[in-house]
Design a protein around this ligand. Structure first.
Ligand code: DOR
Ligand code: ZN
Ligand code: ZN
Length: 401
């Protein structure tokens, strides 16, 4: 298959054709003609932070449902987090999850291995074992702060290893759990002090929410991830979200949000932290927002309104995730890479509506926010979305072999 149109390459937009062969980009050239694409051809996104639940929590979300949401939102690869029930904290559990996921994924898939107080001493062996089998696990720390002290890891015991470790940086002493709105009880200091303590090492900090943490990380050898909710929502949205406001880390002040938005270049990755719950659980104060489907559309909406730069968005949603996590063949529109593409038509800005999303529970904290959904999504050379039509896709578990 060939397609032709405006293509976002690294730091430039060119009008050319893309020749796709065996799922990969064989050639990009002005001489190639093909199916005309309206709008801009972008690299499909990588969401490196999703909680696809399933197993004993399939009432919240399933792998099947979550990856169809991802596909509709222009995401080609998701990284699932290990705090499932049961936890993914050993090689056996990891293999069980991956085998199970394989049957249901509609986009490509990777899984982080959970680090807890219990497996802290064996984690390097577990990761090496999995890498030898072709898997690509980053270490997901769960958590400095966890309601179950058996899992809580004292921050000073966290070591950086040659493997990438992703940290949920909140210190328990600044956190009072199970309160609404949690931004009054899970303090900014919980994050800032944890980041301060750990930023001398080489870590990847998940869902950074404060100005101070971003500044510290930007002067360190660490990576900063943020989320659409920390870019677009703040404490004032409590007025709208009411008892569903909780998310960890919490929404922060308008100053924090503005700082992250205005200094987007300091961020390495934007990921959704897709963390679905039932509406009843949300109303009872459960923390987490669904978001894998709205991640790319929301950022493109911000591009439309001139708040974010399109090259920055491509870098933080595709290129950097691929580079930092080692997803070879992903992240850029480049000869030899997988043909994972999402096309965006800037004349189709719409209001996000929960009822049009594919999440298991019809709710989004971004109701009414502007978004641009991809018109066409191509995964490894197959058209899987065109307009309103979605085709199920056989996603693959990422392998480095
Ligand atoms: O709000 C959150 N929910 N933050 C997390 O870090 C975990 C997540 C979840 O698993 O529900
Ligand atoms: Zn987290
Ligand atoms: Zn998370």
């Amino acid at each position: 298959m060939n397609i032709y149109g405006k293509i976002l390459m690294q730091n430039k937009i060119v009008t050319a054709g893309i020749k796709i062969e065996d799922g990969r980009i064989e050639k990009i050239s002005k001489q190639i003609d093909g199916k005309r694409i309206k709008g801009l051809i972008m690299p499909a996104g990588i969401d490196v932070h999703v909680h696809l639940r399933d197993f004993e929590e399939s009432h919240k979300e399933t792998i099947k449902n979550g990856t169809i949401s991802a596909l509709n939102g222009g995401i080609c690869l998701v990284v699932d987090q290990p705090n499932t029930r049961p936890f993914i904290d050993s090689e056996d559990r990891y293999l069980e999850r991956v085998r199970y996921a394989r049957k249901f994924i509609s986009v490509d898939y990777s899984l982080n291995i959970g680090l807890t107080r219990k497996n802290l001493d064996e984690i390097n062996e577990i990761v090496s074992g999995l890498k030898n089998r072709g898997f690509n696990p980053a270490i997901g720390e769960i958590f400095l702060q966890h309601d179950n002290p058996e899992y809580q890891i004292p921050a000073e015991r966290l070591k950086d290893t040659e493997h990438l470790s992703t940290i949920h940086a909140e210190l328990p002493e600044f956190v009072e759990s199970n309160r609404i709105p949690n931004f009054r009880f899970r303090m900014r200091e919980a994050e800032i002090k944890a980041v301060e303590m750990l930023s001398g090492k080489h870590f990847y900090f998940c869902h950074i929410s404060t100005k101070d943490s971003i500044e510290i990380i930007s002067k360190s050898n660490c990576y900063a991830e943020t989320t659409p909710h920390h870019l677009l929502l703040d404490e004032s949205h409590y007025a709208v979200l009411r008892e569903k406001v909780n998310v960890n880390p919490p929404l922060r002040t308008p100053e924090d949000r503005d700082f992250i938005m205005n200094n987007f270049f300091m961020v390495d990755v934007v990921a959704s932290d897709h963390a679905p719950h039932t509406l009843m659980e949300k109303e009872a104060g459960a923390s987490g927002y669904p978001g894998v489907e709205t991640l790319y559309p929301l950022l493109m909406g911000q591009v439309f309104y001139g708040k974010l730069n399109i090259f920055d968005v491509a870098e933080k949603i595709a290129e950097n995730p691929a580079r930092i996590f080692g997803f070879r063949g992903y992240g850029r529109i480049e000869e030899g890479n997988y043909a994972n593409l999402a096309t965006f038509d800037f004349s189709h800005v719409e209001k996000i509506r929960a009822e049009r999303l594919h999440f298991m529970h019809e709710w989004t904290p971004f109701e009414g926010f502007p978004g641009i959904f991809p018109h066409t999504v191509i995964l490894r050379g197959e058209i899987v979305k065109e307009g309103e039509n979605i085709t199920e896709f056989s996603g693959r578990v990422f392998s480095n072999l």
